[in-house]
Design a protein around this ligand. Structure first.
Ligand code: BTN
Length: 257
């Protein structure tokens, strides 16, 4: 794989046929790599997902990509927007390849087609806090029985017009670069850069009844009513009627309102 198209967008791309986890590899090298360095693998033997879960896909069936973001002039308190930015970039990229309005963002950064998961992002701080590695997994060529959960899909199963991994990666990197440049130019101000507005516009979680499974496994039911200036999901709790900002937690979409 030479990733000729993707390399035009991000010259610092490394491709490995197999590794444990592209996120772990990029984090361990982060101090010596420049901003927007990209690592892609053909297969991950120890792929990691959010909340300590694993991320599995057969070799060659899927995109495993991590990008090192070291946003100069942006305070680490604003890094919380980088995972949302990666999910938004992936949603923009795939929405051009499947019928319009079929994909959406599930807060914070899953891409869904209808209610089925197409892509997920795991973001991790680099050790010196100079940036974040955003790792995205995108199901590309899997058949239903190659997907780890029933409630998942791939580009192929979604009838996408494009399933070439280099083309899809180039689209994702192009969108990510655009959003990232605006964000860095605005010193990480998500409102001024338009990032918050774009996330809200593409987020299918808003105005839905949801269950939030918080760290420690506490469950909170409510309506998702907004996304605040830090990228947190605002829930209107059913039990207390109070607003609750959720920074980390698993969201389950319940019935449509
Ligand atoms: C999720 O749980 O939804 C996030 C999945 C993130 C998977 C990607 S694949 C590339 C990168 N390397 C990893 O080990 N994980 C991320």
């Amino acid at each position: 794989m030479d990733f000729a198209r993707s390399r035009m967008v991000a010259p610092n791309i490394e491709y490995v046929t197999e590794t444990g986890s592209t996120n772990s590899d990029l984090i361990s090298k982060a101090l010596n790599l420049p901003d927007f360095s990209v690592l892609v693998a053909g297969f991950q033997s120890a792929g990691r997902g959010r909340a300590g879960r694993e991320w599995l896909a057969p070799a060659g069936s899927s995109l495993f990509v991590s990008v090192l973001l070291k946003p100069e002039g942006v305070t680490p308190t604003r890094f919380s927007w980088l995972p949302l930015m990666a999910g938004l970039a992936m949603n923009h990229a795939v929405s051009q390849m499947i019928a319009p309005n079929r994909s959406n963002l599930k807060w914070p950064n899953d891409v869904l087609v209808g209610e089925q998961k197409l892509s997920g992002v795991l973001s991790e701080l680099v050790p010196d806090l100079s940036g974040v590695v955003v790792g995205a997994g995108l199901n590309v060529l899997q058949s239903q029985d190659q997907l780890p959960i029933e409630n998942a899909t791939s580009l192929l199963l979604s009838g996408a017009s494009e399933t070439d991994i280099d083309v899809v990666l180039a689209e994702y990197l192009t969108k990510l670069k655009e959003l990232y440049s605006k964000f860095v130019s605005a010193n990480g101000d998500a409102v001024a850069s338009g990032l918050r507005y774009s996330v809200i516009e593409n987020c299918g979680t808003l105005n839905r009844r949801v269950k939030a499974v918080m760290p420690g496994d506490t469950e909170v039911f409510g309506e998702a009513v907004g996304i605040d200036d830090s990228g947190r999901l605002i829930l209107l709790r059913e039990d207390t009627g109070q607003l609750l900002p959720v920074a980390a937690g698993d969201i389950v979409h319940l019935r449509h309102n």
